[in-house]
Every structure is written in structure tokens, then in C-alpha cells.
Design a protein around this ligand. Structure first.
Ligand code: NAD
Length: 440
């Protein structure tokens, strides 16, 4: 291979396709070996990766290890432990007209060459977790890191080829032109994480080749707080979930939905929770991240006056700092309620009761996640039955995605398809139907 000029997308894809055709990626030993090598990369270069994540997003080392590096290591370990079981063919009952000597089963076939396009907010985890699922399923993979997290993109482009089989795994760096060129190629699956506008571009390009897609998108994930909930606990958990990565988390609670009295009582609890997490001067806290770039900083700054400030509200463009902010008396028609916030601003919107809350949620796009804080079984059951969302969290935001045996994905505007654990095998495989009838 000529390393002086970057390989063209068409050449990358045909090279990987030749590898896949040769059968090289199919043996389970090859797959588990790739996963072990990836694990070694993550454990030997944790500091390099954490430094890149700090450069891109001001992520603290604790957060980088917890939500990106160790998260991915755990997913590798879970996959290594269960892969054989997940891949086992499953027999199916055969109808009587085929005779009792016929057997039928399903088996997982890898799809071929998979494209993974990742966003900037968890630029490592959201690139490597789909990739390792695709490898575990026996595919060759092209990964495209986000150009908006350039330090992470560079370190991944440098390290992956040192650890993984370069005949089957390729990193293509770049932004819109490079991604557009990649999307013109025929892939066997495209796994995209990011916003819905680009999701539509990806799906249109995929349609040209009848390529299946998984779209991991975002949107406004509500948090409903019932009047019976312990508000100190609620505020603490919501603040942790919201202000992680400075609010730039696809499953972050986007806004709080509650009745007026609970909203008022929550105000002081939120102020306390933020102080407990980041001190009286969050700007000085090493645990609080920064906004990815000026464009997003300006977008978020313009949302700060969408309500009465309970805590936070200040910002500093030079360091892309936006304070962990809670806003009360927020009108559903205000700017902050029009789009996914994707930053450290938490509006509190009031509704009269549970019925109105359910109506509010169902009037809008199906969220990626919905969080509910209540002591009432009836409320939990009603929410589960009467609303639709990618995931549903009772009592704790974000954590459902750390359960490897749960599918992670959206529905409607928040996306399609899912992954993590065995669901990655489902996504990156074809479940082939096989029937066998002896000739004798
Ligand atoms: P981004 O800007 O990094 O874009 C994502 C990817 O799309 C990048 O690799 C980028 O190069 C590519 N891209 C951008 N414009 C393109 C174009 N015109 N054509 C082809 N490719 C293009 O990230 P983003 O979209 O700003 O990410 C934030 C969004 O992602 C939020 O809505 C968030 O909720 C969502 N998100 C979802 C999940 C999930 O798992 N469901 C996770 C993280 C983020």
C-alpha cells in the first residue's frame, strides 16, 4: 500500500471487500482476536485517548475513562464472554408436511463491508462500539470519525492500524466531502450516529444501493417528575445526567416536565445539586466540560434567556464555557423548547398533571429516551403503555445504555435500528433461514 497519499474511498472499499470475500473475517477466532487487540489498544493508550478527548471537549480524565474508554472495554468484555452463544444457530420447528426427517434453523451471516459514521460528542465510544459489534459479527469495517473532534479522530487514525487487521479495518478521516465520497460507494450496512438532517442524507445515499442503515439520532428527551418523588434525589440524578459532557449527550434529559408546585420545590434542589457537583464556581471545576465549538456555543448562548434563571446562566466565549444552567417558567413556545438543546441548559416546563404530561410528550417527536421519577406503579405503567421512546428510564437517566443486554436505539425521529451486546450482532448480520431435508 502507498502511504504517501490517502487511499481513495473506492479503493478502500474494494480492498476491504476483497478481504471479506476471501472469508478472512468469518472465523470466530479472527473476530475475538480483533476485539482483544482493540482492548489492548484502549488499555495501553488510555492516557493518549483521554488527552485527545480533553483537547476536543475539555472532558475530564474521569469522564473520558468512564464514558468512553472503559465503556468500550466493558462492551468488548461482554461480547467476548457471550459471542459463541449469540452466534449459535437456532433451530425452528418444521411443519408436518415436510416430514419428520426435515430440520430447519437460522444462522447469522456477516453482511460484508460496514460503514460506521460517528459524531463528535462521544467521539471514541460512538465510533468504536458499533465498530466492535460489526467486527464481532464477522464484517470488514470502514470507520469515519467526526471532524469536529479532530484530536480524537487523529489518535484513532494513528492507533487503529497499529492494532487491528488493516486488511479488514480502515479509518477514513474527514468532513462532508470525504463522507459524501464514502456514501457514494456500496456498503452492506451503514451505521450512522448524529443528527436527523444528515441521517436523511445517509439514508438517501444508502437507498441507491439498497443498503440497510441504522440511524442513531437525537431529539428532546423529557424527564417527567411526579409530585410524590424525593426531589433531592431527582435533582441530583438529573443534574448528573444533564451536565455530563456539558450536556452534549444524545440521551441527556433535555427538559423537565412537572406540575407547578413541584417545579417550584425543585428549584432550590437543582441549585444545590449543581453546587454539590461542580462547586460554587463551575467554571473552575475540572469535572465540567466545554462546548465543542463556537457555532454550538453561539447557538446555546442564544437559549440562555428562554426562562427565569434558577442557577447558572453565565458563559465565556473565549473558553467555550456555558455554566450548568437551570431555567424555570419556560414557555413551551420559547426558543429552548424548539430543538434538542445538546448543551448544559435544563428548562423546567409545567403541566397540570400526568395526563397533560403524556399529551405533551405524545404531541412531539418520539424521543430517544424518556425519564420518569415517581413512586407510583400506576404512573410507571401508564407511561410505559401510553408513550413511545427509544428507551425508558425510571428513576435514573442515561444508565439504560450501560446495560449491554438492552438494545440501544431510537424510534421515529430519534432513529431506527439498535445495537450493544447481542443487538449489535443482530444489526450487523443477516439471519439466514436454512432448511435441510435428507435426500434418502
Ligand atoms: P457531527 O456534526 O459530528 O456529524 C456526525 C457525522 O456526520 C460526522 O462524522 C460528520 O462528518 C458527518 N456529516 C456531517 N455533515 C454531513 C453531510 N452533509 N453529509 C455526510 N456526512 C455528514 O455530529 P452531530 O450530528 O452534530 O451530532 C449531534 C447529534 O447526534 C445530536 O442530535 C445527538 O442527539 C445525536 N447523537 C445521537 C446519538 C445516539 O446514539 N442516538 C449519540 C450521539 C449523538
Amino acid at each position: 500500500m502507498n502511504h504517501s497519499a490517502p487511499e481513495q474511498p473506492a479503493d478502500v472499499v474494494s480492498r476491504l471487500r476483497a478481504t471479506f470475500r476471501s472469508g478472512h473475517t468469518k472465523p470466530v477466532e479472527w473476530r475475538t482476536n480483533q476485539l482483544r487487540r482493540l482492548r489492548e489498544l484502549l488499555t495501553s493508550h488510555g492516557e493518549d485517548l483521554a488527552a485527545a478527548l480533553h483537547a476536543d471537549l475539555g472532558k475530564s480524565s474521569t469522564e473520558a475513562f468512564r464514558t468512553e474508554i472503559n465503556f468500550t472495554v466493558r462492551e468488548i468484555d461482554h461480547t467476548l464472554e457471550h459471542l459463541d452463544g449469540w452466534l449459535r444457530p437456532e433451530s425452528a420447528p418444521v411443519p408436518a408436511h415436510l416430514g419428520d426427517d426435515a430440520t430447519a434453523w437460522t444462522q447469522y451471516d456477516p453482511l460484508g463491508v460496514v460503514l460506521v459514521i460517528a459524531p463528535w460528542n462521544y467521539p471514541l465510544q460512538l465510533l468504536l462500539t458499533p465498530m466492535l459489534g460489526a467486527l464481532a459479527a464477522g464484517n470488514a469495517v470502514v470507520v469515519k470519525p467526526s471532524e469536529l473532534a479532530p484530536a480524537t479522530s487523529a489518535v484513532v487514525a494513528r492507533l487503529l492500524p497499529q492494532y487491528l487487521d488493516t486488511d479488514a479495518v480502515a479509518v477514513v478521516e474527514g468532513g462532508i466531502p470525504e463522507t459524501t465520497a464514502l456514501l457514494a460507494e456500496r456498503f452492506d450496512h451503514i451505521f450512522y450516529t448524529g443528527n436527523g438532517t444528515v441521517g436523511r442524507i445517509v439514508m438517501r445515499a444508502a437507498a441507491e444501493h439498497l443498503t440497510p442503515v441504522a440511524l442513531e439520532l437525537g431529539g428532546k428527551s423529557p424527564a417527567f417528575v411526579d409530585r410524590d418523588a424525593d426531589l433531592a434525589v431527582v435533582a441530583d440524578r438529573l443534574a448528573r445526567g444533564k451536565f455530563l459532557n456539558a450536556g452534549q449527550t444524545c440521551v441527556a434529559p433535555d427538559y423537565v416536565l412537572t406540575d407547578p408546585a413541584t417545579a417550584l420545590a425543585l428549584e432550590s434542589e437543582f441549585a444545590q445539586a449543581v453546587e454539590t457537583l461542580f462547586g460554587t464556581e463551575p467554571q473552575q471545576s475540572t469535572e465540567f466540560g466545554r462546548i465543542v465549538n463556537e457555532r454550538h456555543f453561539d447557538r446555546l448562548s442564544s437559549l440562555l434567556d428562554s426562562g427565569r434563571t434558577v442557577t447558572g446562566g453565565d458563559s465565556d466565549r473565549a473558553t467555550k464555557y456555558i455554566a450548568p444552567t437551570v431555567l424555570a417558567d419556560v414557555d413551551p413556545k420559547s426558543p429552548v423548547m424548539q430543538e434538542e438543546i445538546f448543551g448544559p441548559i435544563l428548562p423546567i416546563v409545567t403541566v397540570a398533571d400526568l395526563d397533560e404530561a403524556i399529551g405533551f410528550i405524545n404531541d412531539r417527536d418520539k424521543p430517544l429516551a424518556l425519564y420518569v421519577f415517581t413512586e407510583s406503579d400506576t404512573t410507571r405503567e401508564r407511561i410505559a403503555a401510553e408513550t413511545s421512546s427509544g428507551g425508558l428510564g425510571f428513576g435514573l437517566p442515561l444508565a439504560h445504555l450501560t446495560v449491554s443486554d438492552l438494545p440501544f436505539g431510537g424510534v421515529g425521529e430519534s432513529g431506527m435500528g439498535s445495537y450493544h451486546g447481542r443487538y449489535s450482532i443482530e444489526t450487523f448480520s443477516h439471519r439466514k433461514a436454512v432448511l435441510e431435508k435428507p435426500l434418502g
